[in-house]
Design a binder for this molecule. Structure first.
Ligand SMILES: Nc1nc2c(ncn2[C@@H]2O[C@H](COP(=O)(O)OP(=O)(O)OP(=O)(O)O)[C@@H](O)[C@H]2O)c(=O)[nH]1
Ligand SMILES: [Mg+2]
Length: 391
């Protein structure tokens, strides 16, 4: 423990603790008392003014009484969920530094000095990492250790360009100032991911420290697949580039290649003859891909307005260039070109005396242009609606 934290003589008011240890608790009668005692002993050993806040989430096994007897300040949160419990706990915490961890004795609260020291050195947040530390036998199921955790943590690293190794580790600390910048709001287990994503978005200085993960006491509250899906869902919603843009660009490019290749007539490729069917498939891929790209623009324009994410440079340039009128003209031109092609086909057909009609290629291309054009016009209205506040 660095000296300045131990000696810290100048919190805003004498009653104000320097460190708040916050624990969510749903039926953890076997462990919560032990956790509170360990945390209190650690605070005393560090010589800092501290408090332990236990957020009871509707326990029916006497957990809140046990926690209070062990010396915790117990608060109650009626909305169920890991995130809901923490949101309440952080709201109640008065310390300048906050330490968080499960009340199931899987994290060692005797160790909290290590989570405070980096904050004292200027970091905004400290993340425990079990994967670079130690996982004791029986602490984590095989599937969580080798499938669930690596996949979800890996996806988060990829989607949010970070090197955080264990984004589900529940033992963390942060400064109150950092917490206020994160604007957290999710209520379930995805809260663990939200905190990491929000910290990255805010550019917080994060330090990882290896920790030891112990087998929990009492029953796990984790619901494997449901909670994994909540994390995944959160990451996708917050990462339109991976949800919309990447598949959209791939699909549209693939479709455009098929359309360009087959627009002039049948072709030999991979030893096969390709014609109308490939063309139709390509056209539909272009339309779906373009839709996804538009969704990406909608999502990012919205996020920019709602302050959920900083806009990329291309989006800033696009929204600077964009006006509703430009969108309407662009979409309108594409629509009219498509319509012109369709009209030409009908006129040719009439001129030929309404005989058998086999202009599939032209019809598909014309209709695709009409759909893309109309979508551009309507999308422009939606985008300009989203930009009203910004302008
Ligand atoms: N899942 C869940 N946990 C809650 C809730 N309310 C409070 N908690 C507490 O949040 C902490 C995390 O839940 P755990 O069951 O330990 O989840 P986990 O750590 O991912 O899984 P284990 O490794 O099995 O402990 C525990 O201290 C729970 O008591 C809730 O509604 N749902
Ligand atoms: Mg736990």
């Amino acid at each position: 423990m660095p000296q300045d934290a131990v000696m810290d003589p100048s919190p805003d008011s004498p009653a104000e603790p320097l460190v708040s240890v916050v624990m969510p608790c749903l039926n953890e009668a076997r462990a919560v008392g032990i956790c509170v005692e360990k945390a209190r002993r650690a605070l005393a050993a560090m010589g800092v003014r501290g408090e332990v806040v236990v957020v009871d989430n509707g326990s029916s096994d006497g957990s809140p009484e046990i926690a209070a007897r062990a010396g915790a300040r117990v608060v109650h949160e009626r909305r169920r969920g890991y995130g809901a419990a923490y949101l309440r706990g952080f709201q109640e915490a008065r310390g300048r530094y906050v330490v968080m961890g499960d009340s199931d004795d899987s994290y060692d609260f005797s160790d909290i000095a290590r989570l405070i020291a980096p904050l004292d050195r200027g970091f905004d947040m400290v993340m425990g990492t079990r994967l670079k530390g130690q996982i004791l036998p029986g602490a984590m199921s095989w599937s969580h250790r080798w499938i669930g955790n690596p996949i979800l943590s890996g996806l988060l690293r990829l989607m949010f360009s970070t090197r955080i190794s264990d984004s589900h580790c529940g033992m963390r600390s942060f400064t109150r100032a950092a917490y206020e910048r994160m604007h957290l709001r999710t209520q379930g287990m995805e809260f663990a991911s939200e905190m990491v994503v929000s910290a990255l978005r805010e550019g917080l200085r994060i330090q990882e420290i290896p920790i030891t993960y112990h087998p929990r006491l009492g029953e796990s509250k984790l619901v494997g697949l449901r909670d994994a899906w909540r994390h995944l869902r959160f990451m996708l919603v917050y990462s339109p580039s991976y949800l919309f843009q990447l598949p959209g660009v791939l699909l549209a490019t693939f479709g455009a290649c098929a359309v360009v290749a087959l627009a002039g007539g049948p072709r030999e490729f991979l030893g096969r003859q390709w014609d109308y069917h490939g063309l139709l498939f390509g056209a539909i891929a272009v339309i779906l891909g373009y839709n996804l790209v538009l969704f990406d623009v909608f999502a990012k324009t919205f996020s920019m307005g709602a302050g959920l994410a900083a806009p990329g440079r291309w989006l800033v340039r696009l929204t600077d260039w964009f006006t509703l009128e430009r969108g309407i003209v662009l979409g309108g031109v594409a629509f009219l070109l498509g319509l012109g092609l369709e009209i030409k086909i009908v006129l040719d057909w009439a001129r030929a005396g309404y005989g058998p009609l086999m202009a599939v290629r032209g019809i598909v291309i014309g209709m695709t242009a009409m759909v893309l054009g109309a979508q551009t016009v309507f999308a422009s209205f939606l985008i300009s609606l989203m930009l009203i506040k910004r302008r």
